[in-house]
Design a protein around this ligand. Sequence first.
Ligand SMILES: [Zn+2]
Length: 422
Amino acid sequence: MKETLEALCGHLTAEERLALVNTRWFRQPGAMVTTIPYTFDISQVSADLIASGRDLNLQHLNILSLSENAITQLQLVLQKWTKACGSWVRFEHVPTLLPGQPGITFAGCDTFDKIAGLTTWSHRVDPLTGHRLFESVLVRVPTKVSHVQDILVMSHETGHALGLEHIQAIPSLEQRLRVSKQGLGCSVMGYVGRLRTENNSCSTEAVCLQQSYAVYPGPFDKEVCTSLYEISPDPRPPVWAAMAATGFASGVLERFLFACLAGIQYRDQRMPPAQAANLSLILSSMLLLGVQSSFAVPGFLLALLECYARSRDNEYLELIQLLRIFTLIASVLLFFYTLYADEEALTKGLNMLVFLASSLLGLAVGRPLGYVAALASNLIIDKGCCVYDNSLRGLSSLRHRFFAGEGDIEADEAISALRCSV
Ligand SMILES: [Zn+2]
């Protein structure tokens, strides 16, 4: 079976992906994708950006407008990079970039000699993350496209403009591509002359066209760019799951506590139902208050009112109960609206239904579950009594062995046996 280029290149480790990133574009708060403005207008490029190649002894590089065919090819390269970045970036064409406005200016140059293209930029450091963030970027590529290699230059320089480093930044990775089958097709961010060996030519046309090396972004570029710009999955559970869980929990909790408290029997004693209802109501409302803070306050006040009404056999008890349930639903909804502020209205409505359904389910199963818990508690209490009584009997036996006659032991044993059988 013919192996794909992805399979031949293999994957990068998290450390390698990180080491292949230099600078990145800022994503607007709340936005799903990172928007990168770009222009072909060279009239506003700052002198600093043009001069920044001087450190590399590149002051002879001029700056010109790109030809029509270069612009067409470059736009195709931008499409390829958008796809390679998992569509987490969006290139937005603007007529011009004003001084200080973040974005990329694509320009032509016809005085290249030792190098084929150049990307220079200014950046700032994000005080929160410590990441280097692009401000202005100037990409210089050949003014006209006369060979496929010129498209590779465009892909390579655009890779820098997205924040990607050279493959040779990691020597072990460079070595890996030298010995990999089709290694030259894994990335546009390596120097072909440095990476080329006898056995690493690319034959995957989609990435390398008819060449032996990657012309468009390869599997490594895809991995680095996607991991750089993708939004990591939200660690919070989906809204419907959180609503269902909270609805069920709030429904089940009160009934469970009531059935459990009213059902527990300790030496023939049970808690009166009204007292158990009040206690379970207060406990569950307090728990909700702890979880949802201010949203649950009205519900808690209504719970207190309900306790009062129950103690007075008040005729408004059921009305207060109903009001409390609605307040509870409203407070939970408010809580989730704040937590997931960007939800659509339809989703919110569906989530409310899920909440109501699970709350009802919770109310239905809460009571039987409480009875089961009460039965289990009774069993544990009975066993505990036996252990307690038997240990008393043991102590009493020891006492009698040393201080009294056999008749007293028999009387004590009879009492203990009686208590255990209760
Ligand atoms: Zn480079």
